[in-house]
Ligand binder design. Structure first.
Ligand code: NDP
Ligand code: 2IT
Length: 448
């Protein structure tokens, strides 16, 4: 079956899964020549196999709210591929979670994890549970109930979940505790645990820091530096605020962050005091808007951050947050680099537009791989029962991000996509990630 026929099959079989179809098409658009270069890929139906998850676990989660009412949510784990390591990927708690969203995230995770060079397969999971407005006790009861069901399907060498939207250190620690309680085993079954009882240093910071390290490499490839670059960031969660922190440390000027209510614009740029305040404010789920009374700047209710002059844009909130109109604004306002901290934040029309306008574009599966990379380092630290220092792990994260950058750049060039002045990171990342997994499937024969 040709790649085009695989897409046709997916579209016919899953017409109600637009996010999943979008993610498959994006990968398919790049891998044609690499696919044709090895006849075994077609013979063993490698792409067709990779577009159908190994399995999807789907379950009900019953929990009790603070008023004693029974609440019911849906839970999933999409175990997409364990070709090159145990299933690995985050858990998302958000009302928009659906099978389509988790399949797109799990599919992307296969190639992202391959790009890290570490032994990790691809998975994603989560629930339509909405953490907003819930008390700490409700969050704890939900996490316990969720993992009480999921625990039978995960394990340190089988499937290792972590955080994503709505799931951070607190939630992972609750789930880890319940897993330990149920199995009587202390093992590295989840990553992103609290530091001090199994969590790795720098895991919390890793996705945002890693995305900025990737950006630093892109800018260096154009013989320029981060110093003085104006940066627009969307989101105000884990990825956004750590991207803002590292960009600021490296001398860039971060002008915006945002959330589902609107955008905060500070023409003076963020500094560490402001970032610490933002972290605290979000941890307490208080409004971003209150920043203006304390530090000045402007609050733009209901607006996105793409309307200001800048050099760099880092969408770090959620999928499809940047459409073609937003892409036009970014180009109009002089943005030369777009680095996806979020997964699939640009829709297909936006990607086409920025690439046509020669904006240097780093797809999430390459640029945000620092988080899962440090998760991989947490797994290895748990296995050998030793911890590494912050400095050691930060250096490893930098090295991994540089390797992903360089491997994506060379895969692009080798396959005829772009040159030194315009590196096609999207094609390069898709090809490099795909080949690693596809070669494993070929070696295995007809098994997964
Ligand atoms: P958080 O829950 O910490 O933060 C999410 C942020 O995005 C919040 O500011 C939230 O605003 C905003 N947001 C979420 N959904 C929407 C929406 N539908 N519309 C507008 N704003 C929205 O999540 P993370 O920072 O962990 O994740 C952000 C992105 O990064 C996701 O795409 C995730 O998949 C990706 N990612 C995360 C990794 C990690 O290690 N955590 C690793 C790699 C990628 P509000 O608070 O108002 O809802
Ligand atoms: O999208 C992602 O890469 C994550 N949410 C992190 C996954 C992980 O296992 O650390």
């Amino acid at each position: 079956m040709s790649i085009q026929e695989v897409i046709q099959t997916i579209e016919n079989r899953y017409p109600h899964q637009p996010e999943f179809i979008q993610a498959v098409k994006e990968v398919a658009s790049s891998i044609g020549s690499a696919y044709d270069s090895n006849p075994n890929y077609a013979k063993l139906k490698v792409f067709e196999r990779l577009t159908e998850p190994d399995r999807i676990i789907n379950f009900r989660v019953n929990w009790e709210d603070d008023n004693g009412n029974v609440q019911i949510n849906r839970g999933w784990r999409v175990q997409f591929s364990n070709a090159i390591g145990p299933y690995k990927g985050g858990l998302r708690f958000h009302p928009t979670v659906s099978e389509s969203v988790l399949k797109f995230l799990g599919f992307e995770q296969i190639f992202k994890n391959a790009l890290t060079g570490l032994p990790m397969g691809g998975a994603k999971g989560g629930s339509d549970f909405d953490p907003k407005g819930k008390s700490d006790n409700e969050i704890r009861r939900f996490c316990y109930a969720f993992i009480r069901e999921l625990h039978q399907y995960i394990g340190k060498d089988m499937d290792v979940p972590a955080g994503d939207i709505g799931v951070g250190g607190r939630e992972v620690s609750y789930m880890f505790a319940m897993y330990k309680n149920l199995t009587h085993e202390y093992e590295g079954v989840l990553t992103g645990k609290g530091v001090g009882f199994g969590g790795s240093l720098i895991r919390t910071e890793a996705t945002g820091y890693g995305a900025v390290y990737f950006l630093e490499n892109m800018i260096a490839a154009q013989k320029d530096t981060m110093v003085g670059k104006k940066v627009l960031i969307s989101g105000a969660g884990n990825v956004s605020l750590h991207a803002a922190e590292k960009a600021t440390m490296l001398g860039a000027k971060v002008l915006t962050v945002s959330d589902s209510k609107g955008t905060l614009y500070d023409p003076e740029g963020l500094d560490q005091t402001k970032i610490d305040w933002l972290k605290e404010q979000k941890a307490q789920r208080k409004p971003l808007e209150e920043y203006v009374q304390k530090f000045g700047g402007q609050w733009l209710a209901g607006e996105k951050p793409w309307q200001f002059d800048a050099d760099v844009a880092m969408p770090c909130a959620t999928q499809n947050e940047v459409d073609e109109n937003d892409a036009k604004k970014l180009v109009e306002h002089g943005v030369k680099y777009i680095v996806e901290g979020a997964n699939m934040p640009l829709n297909i029309a936006a990607i086409d537009y920025v690439r046509e306008h020669q904006v240097h574009y780093a797809p999430g599966k390459a640029a945000n791989a620092g988080g899962v990379a440090v998760s991989g380092l947490e797994m290895s630290q748990n296995s050998v029962r030793q911890y590494r220092t912050f400095e050691e792990l930060d250096q490893q994260l930098k090295n991994i991000m540089k390797d992903i950058h360089d491997n994506a750049a060379s895969a692009a060039k080798e396959n005829g996509y772009g040159d030194d002045s315009y590196i096609d990171y999207m094609s390069g990342a898709n090809i490099a990630g795909f080949k690693r997994v596809a070669d494993a499937l070929v070696a295995y024969g007809v098994l997964n």
